[in-house]
Design a protein around this ligand. Structure first.
Ligand code: PGA
Ligand code: ZN
Length: 422
């Protein structure tokens, strides 16, 4: 395997118009590849640190020139001459160089950009698609997409507290068909919203962001849209939620301030979700409680964990330390997996291996601030968990991932597998 000959980062913009890092790597055999780092809005407190310049004269302090310089100077100096296929060695070298527990020194954006670019270059040099390079010959399972069609919380300027209402085509026979089910339902939802006089402008992840009367109305509208698109709610298309409850957690509980539905205790939230699970075809709830509310997560899992998937995002931040505690305490039965929450490809794979060993589900996820990079689509196929969450059915930074999955499905042909984990 050829050695790394050059590593260079630049500052680019993400889908929200904020700066992020793109890293380009060149190998000694002439192979070049680049990778871009996404950025979250409803971030977990213990996520790896996204290094920003804090220079208020540029991008309101959000510039990433420091992270770019860390790649171009320190990381490049350490990685030049290393064999690109030695992913774990390269990632561990960057982790050691950084020396902090949360990548605060070099920046997780700098480190992850290099980590992903190296993986991609190595795959090209090995003449393998990225999903096969990372997942081997057995990587043939396309993920069921969780498509975020209604946005609230921190992702939209509306009256909805819960961040994501997603459709999950559990009855689709293939990824391509799942995507069609999703797109048709998305368009049907636009018509349902218009008919009711609601706005059809979209939030950060491309889902509609109307001012609804309540959080629950989102579920009603989605069920209506599924039917209007000609599908059977629950059988063809189910619902997944990400309330992202950290964003409305207050001292001693939760406050549904955007919808003006008042305070809730952790137990009352469990009751609310349990009632919704009865009324709507919900198969998965992520971050139903805040990241510090382990008791709430445990109560939720003991009440609903044998009926639906309970996913931890902000509470685990793709970190084996927190996932191990979650397994021990039965705080959920699945984890959300975001490469930039932990900051290297190698550590992300370790988090997934932990989930697999515990019999947990795992969902490969985008961030609300994304780029046109579709690394995570290949990564989802490589890891084979059968689930991906990458936003709505519009906005090219979301669609880029879906389109890449369509390409992969075509490339795999008869070898492509597709089965619902629900
Ligand atoms: P974020 O949201 O990228 O803004 O953190 C995504 C999520 O909460 O799953
Ligand atoms: Zn989340």
């Amino acid at each position: 395997m050829p050695k790394i000959a050059e590593l260079r980062a630049i500052e680019i913009l993400d889908s929200r118009g904020n700066p992020t890092v793109r890293v380009r790597v060149a190998l000694a055999d002439g192979t070049t590849a680049s990778a871009s780092v996404p950025s979250g809005a409803s971030t977990g407190q213990y996520e790896a640190v996204e290094l920003r310049d804090d220079d208020k004269r540029r991008y309101g302090g959000k510039g990433v020139r420091k992270a770019v310089a860390n790649v171009n100077e320190r990381i490049a100096a350490a990685l030049l001459g290393k064999e690109a296929s030695r992913q774990a060695e390269i990632d561990n070298l960057m982790i050691e160089m950084d020396g902090t527990s949360n990548k605060a020194k070099l920046g997780a954006n700098a480190i992850l950009g290099a980590s992903m670019a190296v993986a991609r270059a190595a795959s090209i040099s090995a003449n393998l698609p990225l999903y096969s390079y990372l997942g081997g010959a057995a990587a043939t399972r396309l993920p069921v997409p969780m498509m975020n069609v209604l946005n609230g919380g921190k992702h939209a300027d509306n009256s909805v507290d819960f961040q994501e209402f997603m459709i999950v085509p559990v009855g689709a026979p293939s990824f391509g068909e799942a995507l069609r089910y999703g797109a048709e339902t998305f368009h049907a939802l636009a018509k349902v919203l218009k008919k009711k006089g609601y706005a059809t402008s979209v939030g950060d992840e491309g889902g509609f962001a109307p001012n609804l009367k309540s959080n629950e109305e989102a579920c009603e509208l989605i069920v209506e849209a599924i039917g209007a698109a000609g599908y059977s709610p629950g059988k063809d298309i189910a619902i997944a939620l990400d309330p992202a409850a950290s964003s409305f957690a207050v001292e001693n509980g939760y406050l549904l301030s955007k919808s003006r539905q008042g305070n809730k205790t952790a137990e009352q939230l469990v009751d609310l979700y349990a009632a919704w699970v009865e009324r709507y075809p919900i198969v998965s709830i992520e971050d139903g409680h805040g990241e510090f509310d382990w008791k709430g997560f445990v109560a939720m899992t003991s009440r609903l964990g044998d009926r639906i998937q309970i996913v931890g995002d902000d509470i685990f931040v793709t970190n084996t330390k927190f996932i191990a505690r979650g397994i021990e305490e039965k705080a959920s039965n699945a984890a959300l997996i975001k490469l930039n929450q932990i900051g290297t490809v190698t550590e992300t794979v370790a988090a997934i291996e932990l989930c697999r060993r515990a019999g947990w589900g795992y969902v490969i996820s985008h961030r609300s601030g994304e780029t046109e990079d579709s690394f995570m689509a290949d990564f989802a196929v490589a890891m084979g968990g059968g689930q991906i969450k990458t936003g709505s059915l519009c906005r090219s930074e979301r669609i880029a991932k879906y389109n890449r999955l369509l390409e992969i499905e075509t490339e795999l042909g008869g070898r492509a597998e597709f089965s619902s984990p629900f």
